[in-house]
Ligand binder design. Structure first.
Ligand code: NAP
Ligand code: ZN
Ligand code: ZN
Length: 347
């Protein structure tokens, strides 16, 4: 066991503050990683403030982790000390159910173990995330990271990247498709970059007019200001696919209206309050609404390799860990271009 510096939320209403956690010594299949950068996901904020319920305090958030391997267990084959490595949103699953066998560990029938705020399967305690100096994880849940890309821009791929990559791939978005990415934040900006790289015609759907120029720089072909009724009306029956990344309550029906016949809207954004959708908004043009959770380990590795090959990283603002509470407030205001990433050297 080693005492490890971290930052934690001790309640829903108190700031994230310094905290000390114990990390286990590597077991035979474990990889110990010195964390260099950790992205700040809106899920960290939802969890720290118990917006979804179920937060176990103190909670150490952070699931966009990249760093360097410091030690490995005797049976580890994939990694050695000195390698770059990443950990995303999950650190364990049963490996025996149908979903695990298919590499869909995020949908483990017996419950996947999240990187933070989850019970370890062996009963050893609660998992602590990446707002810390190091992490120890089973090699099956550790990703290989290329040295071709800037590490701070790679960190957000571990959640924002895979959460947008997976549904775009599952619903086979590509050339000839008209795609709307709803919400230009951490997930949304990765959704734009990835959908553009897959060959789709991409429209940014945003409630912030000042993001139009950025959306175009990120590769979006069109921009719709969702608070402008005329622009929304002009987009009726337009999209084949909409990826909804919005973190706060919003009217899903407005966006369903923008789908054409057989269109699909997939939710990855997870507002705490439920949405109301009249069946008729789906029935009349055989529309579908779906959801998607991060991605499995094989697909996460595929996405990381794809991004390394295509030179895709997140646009980041690197912060000192002492500024994490201010970063949360700025994220709530939409004042981040487009992902905060903590430099762990500041811890
Ligand atoms: P983020 O960086 O804060 O981005 C959210 C975006 O939503 C904002 O930039 C804003 O875009 C839009 N938005 C915010 N408030 C809004 C409002 N009141 N009305 C309309 N639009 C609003 O958050 P993120 O890290 O990308 O995460 C987004 C959501 O995805 C969160 O709920 C998070 O928990 C969830 N998430 C889900 C998964 C999954 O596996 N499904 C994984 C990671 C995160 P505009 O200014 O462009 O409108
Ligand atoms: Zn996340
Ligand atoms: Zn399983």
């Amino acid at each position: 066991m080693s005492a490890t510096k971290a930052y934690a939320a001790k309640s829903a209403t108190t700031p994230i503050e310094p905290f000390s956690i114990n990390r286990r010594d590597p077991k035979p299949h474990d990889v110990e990683i010195e964390i260099l950068y950790c992205g700040v996901c809106h899920s960290d904020l939802h969890t720290a403030r118990n917006e979804w319920g179920g937060t176990i305090y103190p909670v150490v958030p952070g699931h966009e982790i990249v760093g360097r391997v410091t030690r490995v267990g005797d049976h580890v084959k994939k990694f050695k000390a000195g390698d770059l490595a990443g950990v995303g949103c999950l650190v364990d699953s049963c490996r025996e159910c149908e979903n695990c066998k298919e590499g869909l560990e995020q949908y483990c029938e017996n419950g996947m173990v999240g990187t933070y705020n989850a019970q370890e399967k062996d009963g050893s305690g609660i998992t602590y995330g990446g707002y810390s100096k190091q992490i120890v994880a089973h090699e099956d849940f550790v990703l290989s990271i290329s040295d071709k890309l800037p590490l701070q821009g790679v960190a957000p791929l571990l959640c924002a990247g895979i959460t947008t990559y997976s549904p775009l791939r599952y619903w086979e978005v590509g050339k000839g498709d008209k795609v709307g990415i709803l919400g230009l934040g951490g997930l949304g900006h990765m959704g734009v970059k990835l959908a553009v790289s897959f060959g789709a015609e991409v429209t940014m759907l945003s409630h912030t007019a000042s993001k139009e120029a950025d959306a175009k720089k990120l590769g979006a072909h069109k921009f719709i200001l969702t608070s402008d009724e005329a622009q929304v009306k002009a987009a009726e029956n337009y999209f084949d696919f909409i990826l909804d990344t919005v973190s706060a309550s919003h009217d899903y029906n407005m966006y369903l209206g923008m789908l054409k016949t057989n269109g699909i809207m997939t939710c990855v954004g997870a507002p705490p309050t439920p949405a109301q959708i009249p069946a008729f908004n789906l029935i009349m043009k055989r529309k579908s609404i779906g959801g998607s959770l991060i991605g499995g380990i094989p697909e996460t590795q595929e996405m990381l390799d794809y991004c390394a090959e295509h030179n895709i990283v997140s646009d980041v603002e690197v912060i000192n860990i002492k500024d994490i509470n201010e970063a949360y407030e700025r994220m709530l205001k939409g004042d981040v271009r487009y992902r905060f990433v903590i430099d762990m050297a500041t811890l």
